[in-house]
Design a protein around this ligand. Structure first.
Ligand code: SF4
Length: 232
């Protein structure tokens, strides 16, 4: 305890905390899987475009840089052209810094902010924005970074999500409900990181989960034989 505040020993990444909030089993399985995770092409493109936001976006200039990372990738070229068309309709702020490491000693979490300004930060997403507001996982991530930056700099920082797929900027103002969601997610993440087998939260997130094929939490369609046996 420090000044009445419980210090957390665990070092949990913001990415893991968000995974735990979506489905703690997903985080548990990710921790036990030894295979690596390949970054989606659209994310690589979005990160590179984000370094140019706030200045004129020239497709060929960014493509030249992209080719050094993903040589001869037709998908990357197509995504880049669509992203630049969407982002060129919007006025963007030029960031002061990129990929800024952030942490909270109080909560034992850490992460990396995509675009950093002296009063705020942006999280980059490669997809399109939802019809209203921001996605749950994006909001929780923004809440985590706001908490980290406020602790590091002693002043509030506001966050925004930049959906480069649709060229949309959405702000996130932290509400008391967000802090409750954060604390709950932190507890779930701490348990999963310690290796405790978590409770399963089945839902629409299973459709996009990379463990959907192996997760024992998913009820597999029963064979005719087992259906007949269960009736006897
Ligand atoms: S398939 Fe569903 S229940 Fe299983 S880990 Fe993924 S999200 Fe969680």
């Amino acid at each position: 305890m420090l000044n009445g505040i419980k210090m957390h020993d665990e070092k949990i990444s913001v990415t893991d905390l968000v995974k735990a909030a979506t489905c703690p089993m997903q985080l548990y399985l990710a921790k036990s899987a030894d295979r690596g995770f390949t970054e989606p092409v659209s994310y690589t493109v979005a990160k590179l475009v984000s370094y140019h936001l706030g200045e004129p976006l020239f497709t060929d200039e960014i493509w030249e840089e992209l080719e050094a990372i993903l040589p001869g990738n037709d998908d990357a070229r197509r995504i880049l052209e669509q992203m630049i068309a969407a982002c060129s309709k919007v006025t963007w702020r030029h960031a002061d810094q990129y990929e800024v490491p952030v942490f909270s000693k109080k909560y034992g979490i850490y992460g990396r902010v995509d675009r950093f300004f002296d009063d705020s930060f942006s999280i980059i997403r490669s997809g399109a924005a939802p019809a209203h507001g921001v996605y749950f996982s994006d909001r929780l991530k923004a809440v985590c970074y706001s908490i980290c930056l406020e602790e590091m700099y002693g002043k509030p920082f506001y966050g925004r999500i930049e959906y480069l797929g649709s060229g949309t900027i959405r702000s996130v103002v932290v509400q008391p409900q967000d802090i409750r969601t954060f604390l709950l997610a932190l507890r779930l993440a701490e348990k999963a990181v310690k290796g405790e087998i978590p409770k399963v939260i089945r839902g629409h997130q299973c459709l996009q989960c990379r463990f959907a094929g192996t997760c024992s939490a998913i009820e597999k369609p029963k064979s005719l034989f087992s259906r007949m046996m269960s009736k006897t």
